[in-house]
Design a protein around this ligand. Structure first.
Ligand code: PMP
Length: 426
């Protein structure tokens, strides 16, 4: 079989510089197998989605059974059992704080819908001027225009800068700057222009696995809510156990008004995004006036196969994976203890199943740090799929990863601390 692709344009890839992609023939649990017979431990759950690893039988079976029943139906004017069950399950998992689930196809669209809900909420209520969104610096919320607009400004969205709407940024909170962050929220609110506040709770993923404390998240949400700012938690990455609890907002008492879910939702089997909101948000769209409708929808909204996959995946997270998540969390903590004083490390960060190591490099910390390409090749040639964000190497394994597989990932990572910083190995 060939590795060359004549007609495919890969995501986030400079095609002129890219090596031939690895042709994967199949996967099982935490392993991926290529057509040349090599195997790789998928230590990043294939862009953070495959929380149960690959080819999980329970999810595959649920999709197959659903496919023989109903594969798709228009979701305006029609409803189906998998969507009813999934919406009920999601609301229940979120402790009934929210009341409505809006379906879309991926993380970016879940965010687009959330931002539209926040902006239109004020529009529908006849409040003029609340047109801006507050967001965290270094945030990443997706690649569609609204999601880019509320993400941190970077080389990713620079070509589109003139087309992005204005967003007010505040820094990622720390013990040192939290008072300033709260003041910035209050000052922004005083202008009367802020409709909503979007954030990745506790971990800013694509920005470099930047982590912050629940108490600071809680303080920011409380401040924003005290000024009638709609709070949107983008849990596209953190949802479904990643942070050690089912959702990152389970670490705090003051809940947001809207939460975005995707990635782990279907265990990596089907694309799906959910925007879940409170009764108050929903009520602002109820009217005799059809112009107050949320005019948003996608062809595959609430696809029954995706709903069936999500229901099966949630069942696994809730019943079978709790102890696996705790084991990974403890195992990461032990590994950190072992390596934390290594001179090649600038910083180590850890929450739940996510471990990030920031390497000391001659270049500044950045996605474009040249360390990235060397490191990616180093790990893949040793049978481990790790996809560093510049000089930040992180592990975000499927919950089914075995102790032996995790130990192999640690051992390759540990060796790389020496090999990749002394430039002796490739
Ligand atoms: N929000 C967050 C926090 C994300 O990490 C991502 C993807 N990395 C997105 C939104 C966008 O999700 P998608 O790639 O499914 O559009």
């Amino acid at each position: 079989m060939t590795n060359t692709t004549n007609h495919i344009w890969h995501p986030f890839t400079q095609m002129q510089l890219a090596d031939a992609p690895i042709h994967i023939s199949h996967g099982k649990d935490a392993l991926l197998f290529d057509t040349d017979g090599n195997e790789y431990i998928d230590a990043i759950s294939s862009w953070w989605v495959n929380i149960h690893g690959h080819a999980n039988e329970a999810i595959a079976k649920a999709i197959a059974e659903q496919a023989l029943q109903l594969e798709q139906v228009i979701f305006a004017g029609f409803i189906h059992t998998p969507a009813i069950q999934l919406s009920e399950r999601i609301i229940q998992l979120l402790n009934n704080h929210f009341s409505k689930v809006f379906f879309s196809d991926n993380g970016s669209t879940a965010v687009e819908v959330a931002v539209k809900m926040a902006l239109q909420y004020w529009h529908n209520k006849g409040v003029t001027g609340k047109t801006k969104i507050l967001a965290l610096e270094n945030g990443y919320h997706g690649d569609t225009f609204g999601a880019m607009s509320v993400g941190g400004r970077s080389a990713f969205n620079a070509p589109f800068e003139n087309h992005l709407f204005e967003t007010i940024y505040i820094p990622t909170p720390t013990a040192d700057n939290i008072d300033d962050c709260l003041k910035m929220i209050a000052d922004a609110a005083k202008t009367g222009t802020v409709a909503g506040f979007i954030f990745e709770p506790l971990i800013q993923g694509s920005g470099g696995m930047i982590m912050y404390e629940p108490e600071h998240l809680e303080a920011m949400i409380r401040e924003a809510k005290s000024h009638d700012i709609i709070c949107i938690a983008d849990e596209v990455m953190t949802g479904f156990g990643r942070t050690g609890k089912l959702f990152a907002i389970d670490y705090i008492d003051t809940k947001p008004d809207i939460i975005c879910l995707s990635k782990g939702l279907t265990g990596g089997f089907m694309p799906m995004g959910l925007t879940v909101c409170t009764e108050d948000i929903y009520n602002a769209f109820l009217s005799d006036d059809r112009k107050k409708t949320l005019f948003h929808g996608h062809s595959y909204t609430a696809n029954p196969l995706a709903c069936a996959a999500a229901l099966a995946s949630i069942k696994l997270v809730n019943h079978d994976r709790k102890s696996d998540i705790i084991a990974i969390k403890l195992s990461h903590a032990n590994f950190i203890h072992e390596i934390k004083d290594h001179p090649a490390i600038k910083d180590v960060r850890h929450r739940g199943t996510i471990l990030a190591i920031e390497f000391k490099t001659p270049e500044d910390t950045s996605y474009f740090n040249s360390f990235r390409d060397r490191a990616y090749k180093y790990y893949i040639s040793r049978g481990v799929l790790l996809r560093p964000l510049g000089n930040v190497v992180y592990i975000m394994p499927p919950y089914c990863i075995t102790i032996e597989q995790l130990d192999k990932v640690y051992s390759v990572l540990k060796q790389s601390l020496t090999d990749l910083t002394t430039h002796t190995a490739q």
